[in-house]
Write a protein that binds this ligand. Structure first.
Ligand code: 13P
Length: 253
């Protein structure tokens, strides 16, 4: 595997300044694990503070607005995230799609705006339990991606996909390694179709949904998995770095 595994913590709506000590602990541990690219996406209110503390880890945002700027009370633009120290933004998370009614077209617009502002994009996709039980997960996810993916031109390293089955998020349930392989192989085929062999092969595909140190090895070992997007287990340095260590072992072979 040419690229380092990418292990990203999505802190969601958790974290006040009291959590900065945890970010520092993650950063210190990441300095001893250079084989893994470690990053966290704290809430907007902590981006700048984490950015100032971090020597090794990447810092990102969990969303940005689809417009470059303007009269949008309470919203945050991609350029503002970058100005605060974010290097990437998570877009199209199922909690955003669900809580805020974000459509594929809206996610695509956000991704284009974020890339133009110099942010890397982690674009999320994933099916509901109902869709999976009907046997339509691969078609649903590839259709969702087809409609949400940005133009990347020659900058595949700016884009990462995160496959997060909705029914696995925060539930303790994970997809089986075989289901993860099947989905990631289908996503890879789509990326190659849309962006060409060279660019499409370079985009990393993360798995997300109840990843923990205990299940990380088998999930990271599935085909076309380039890392993990971690929610609950990213809130403490111990549990988060346990996942990063597992990823390092798998990717070292
Ligand atoms: P959990 O790891 O808590 O299941 O959350 C996954 C997720 O939604 C990351 O974006």
């Amino acid at each position: 595997m040419a690229q380092r595994p990418f292990i990203v913590g999505n802190w969601k709506m958790h974290g006040t300044r009291a959590m900065l000590s945890e970010a520092r602990a993650i950063d210190r541990a990441a300095q001893r694990l250079m084989k893994v690219e470690v990053a966290i996406a704290p809430p907007f209110t902590l981006i700048h503070a984490v950015h100032r503390e971090a020597e090794q880890i990447g810092v990102g945002a969990q969303d940005c607005h689809h417009a470059e700027g303007g009269a949008h009370t309470g919203d945050i633009s991609a350029a503002m995230c970058a100005d605060a120290g974010a290097k990437f933004v998570i877009l199209g998370h199922s909690e955003r799609r669900g809580d805020h009614g974000e459509s594929d077209a809206c996610v695509k617009q956000k991704a284009d705006v974020a890339l133009a502002a110099g942010l890397r994009v982690i674009l999320c996709c994933g099916e509901s339990l109902d869709v999976r039980e009907k046997g339509k997960a691969v078609k649903f996810v590839t259709d969702q991606l087809r409609a949400s993916l940005p133009h990347i031109e020659d900058a595949a390293e700016q884009l990462t996909i995160a496959y997060e089955p909705i029914w696995a998020i925060g539930t303790g349930k994970t997809a089986t390694p075989q289901d993860v392989s099947d989905m990631h192989v289908a996503i890879r085929a789509l990326l190659v179709e849309l962006y060409g062999e060279e660019q499409g092969s370079e985009v990393r595909i993360l798995y997300g949904g109840s990843v923990k140190a205990e299940n990380a090895r088998e999930l990271m070992d599935a085909d076309e998995v380039g890392g993990a997007l971690v929610g609950g287990a990213s809130l403490t340095a111990d549990s988060f770095m346990g996942i990063a260590i597992a990823a390092a072992e798998v990717f070292e072979g």
